[in-house]
Design a binder for this molecule. Structure first.
Ligand SMILES: *Cc1c(COP(=O)(O)O)cnc(C)c1O
Length: 350
């Protein structure tokens, strides 16, 4: 036997999420809010009614209906995914051919680029400036220059917490000869969604997730919104039974609690603003915090030469954040968690 692995599977770069459990978990931009008991009971009941011997609804009809209601989108323009991660893994390789160019704007979510190697596509990047901004003109020019077939970015951006305005996004979508994927994982904390524009463009896919503002990271649920033609393609590309019945049952219950979800979003937003204010005070005192970026999300992005050192020291105290080499990304937690973090930083950066 002389089996040789395909070249693209050798030396795969690993996505390295934090897997140890820390006391204070501010590393994954999750919601810090626990599901209330009454909703948990409703979920348990719904899950107990699942027909376990049957395959799930391939169209996740009820989920799309409820999500569509919340976001004022026609349910038939939504594709449910096993997290928006799954949707990214479907879109990136399939909307690119061998040698095609995918354009990203860095820094951004690392998973976008990962899938280009699976189809032998080229990943080109445009770098953001010191303020983590880039103009639509720069993006349009770069897309033309590298003949981009796919442009993917998050808005608001993970990890920079910076947001681009709606007019600029639409200007880009209207000008490039590429499919544009706008990942709105954190849009509930900001404004300027382009989800209501999906029917006006032939080249726009908007990604949403239930993992962040809605606090459902455990059940893996995300959506892609696009016009009917693209939606049809996405539904054909995805595995037929991609969203399992337990997720469909639980998701339908939670998405039915509009007020609860709005309340969660508001609480997380308030926590992020509180953390931002406390960090701003700290940044004025501590030279090691070189820059604190404004946040339109539930996390902070901080420039510091001592990122690795701070990351390790916080870990020893049971606090987990994301180290991004020269930068730190810190999710907003509960008030107590935020205070503990700020106090620990205050001590560390004495
Ligand atoms: C968290 C995150 C996702 C993944 O969301 P899931 O629905 O949990 O897979 C996608 N994009 C960005 C930018 C994120 O930060």
């Amino acid at each position: 036997m002389s089996y040789e692995l395909p070249e693209k599977l050798k030396n795969l770069p690993k996505y390295d999420p934090v897997t140890e459990i820390y006391r204070v978990r501010l590393d994954a931009n999750e919601s810090f809010l626990e599901m209330p008991e009454n909703i948990k009971q409703e979920i348990l009941k719904a899950v107990s009614e699942v027909e376990f011997n049957r395959y799930p609804d391939p169209n996740a009809t009820e989920l799309c209906r409820k999500f569509g209601e919340l976001f004022h989108v026609k349910p038939e323009l939504l594709t449910a995914g096993n997290g928006s991660d799954e949707l990214i893994s479907i879109i990136v390789p399939n909307f690119l051919g061998e040698g095609d160019c995918m354009l990203t704007i860095l820094p951004d979510f690392s998973m976008y680029t990962f899938y280009t190697r699976m189809v032998g596509a080229r990943a080109e990047a445009l770098n953001k400036d010191e303020n983590m901004e880039v103009t639509p003109e720069e993006i349009i020019e770069k897309a033309a220059q590298c003949n981009a077939k796919l442009l993917v970015f998050s808005n608001p951006c993970n990890p920079t917490a910076v947001t681009m305005n709606r007019e600029d996004i639409l200007k880009i979508v209207g000008a490039v000869d590429a499919m544009v994927v706008v990942d709105e994982a954190y849009m509930e904390f900001s404004e300027g969604s382009v989800l209501d524009e999906i029917e006006n463009y032939e080249n726009l896919i908007v990604l949403k997730t239930c993992s962040k503002a809605f606090g459902m990271a455990a059940i893996r649920l995300g959506f892609a919104g696009a016009n009917a033609r693209i939606t049809n393609i996405l539904k054909t590309l995805k595995a037929p039974y991609n969203v399992n019945s337990m997720t469909q049952a639980a998701g339908s219950v939670i998405l039915g609690h509009k007020e609860y979800l709005e309340n969660c979003t508001a609480q997380i937003k308030a926590s992020a603003q509180e953390l931002y204010q406390a960090m701003k005070v700290l940044a004025e005192k501590k030279q090691d915090i070189q820059k604190l970026y404004p946040t339109a999300t539930n996390f902070l992005y901080i420039k510091t030469d001592r990122s690795s050192e701070i990351y390790e020291a916080l870990k020893k105290e049971g606090i987990s954040i994301r180290n991004m080499k020269g930068y730190l990304r810190i999710s907003a937690g509960s008030r107590a968690e935020n205070q503990e973090l700020v106090q620990a930083l205050d001590r560390l950066l004495a």
